[in-house]
Design a protein around this ligand. Structure first.
Ligand code: ADP
Ligand code: MG
Length: 240
């Protein structure tokens, strides 16, 4: 199995808080990894570090066996959908414009149409981004992340504040990207049921790594799920 990501002993300390403590993870090609953890667990910090946006960490992060501090080439193989971007209704940018922003080479303009069709937003292509529903906007940002044919797609809590119909469509799109196009997916969520349904691997993070392995091994172990839920609930109350 080809390792696409290898994280060893990742620790991230902000001035006031240790966001990640000694986290180690491996993601193999074709994995659909669900990263679960409550608010403040360090999920976005993990992604920021993997994307090279946060460079102040201890430990190592490798993509395709290369340390990301030594080579940025891996970024070309990576699509990233950030936690909910917000647009003003009249922000003068169309759906096509947003997807084009993700394009590395202008010569690949024809890929835009292809990806818009694949994500069921082709008929919206001339609409302004701010006029669309949350679910439609989300598909536009996935299209932007996919337009360069990445091998890995990273999504940060992508269903917050989106209607159920869009969530279902979104999940079926992710499943298809993973199973048919063999895109490795790393997806953070606090929806245990959704992770159970979609992901084949699970990493439970709450500053430290609580569990990492096949999702079946996690979800079929009631005691483990209970322990995790109680631990993250406590942490949650502690923070609020
Ligand atoms: P999650 O995405 O799981 O909700 P985050 O990675 O956003 O968690 O946050 C983890 C912890 O680190 C939280 O306590 C948060 O307040 C803190 N934190 C996140 N980003 C920063 C930052 N840029 N500077 C300082 N503290 C941060
Ligand atoms: Mg986050």
């Amino acid at each position: 199995m080809l390792k696409v990501v290898e994280i060893n002993n990742l620790t991230v300390e902000y001035p006031d808080v240790k966001a990640l403590d000694d986290v180690s993870l491996v993601v193999n090609q074709g994995d659909f990894l669900g990263i679960i953890g409550p608010n403040g667990a360090g999920k976005s910090t993990l992604f920021a570090s993997m994307l090279g946006l946060n460079t102040r960490y201890n430990g190592t992060i490798k993509f395709f066996d290369k340390d990301i501090k030594k080579s940025k080439n891996y970024l070309k193989q990576l699509g990233y959908v950030p936690q909910k971007p917000i647009f003003e209704k009249n922000f003068p940018v169309t759906v096509t414009d947003v997807v084009r922003m993700g394009l590395r080479k202008e010569s690949d303009e024809n890929k835009i149409d292809e990806i818009l069709q694949q994500l069921w937003i082709h008929e919206l292509r001339e609409r302004r981004i701010g006029e669309l529903s949350g679910g439609q906007q989300q598909r536009v940002f996935i299209a932007k992340a996919l337009v360069n044919n990445p091998k890995i797609l990273i999504l940060d809590e992508p269903v917050t504040g989106i209607d159920q119909q869009s969530i279902d469509l979104f999940f079926s799109i992710l499943k298809e990207l993973n199973s048919k196009q063999k895109i490795t997916i790393i997806w953070s969520s606090h929806d245990l049921d959704a992770v159970n349904k979609l992901a084949n691997h699970v990493a439970c993070i709450n500053r430290t790594l609580f569990f990492h392995g096949e999702s079946e091994k996690f979800f079929s172990n009631d005691e483990l799920v209970k322990q995790y839920s109680e631990a993250s609930m406590q942490e949650h109350m502690h923070h609020h």
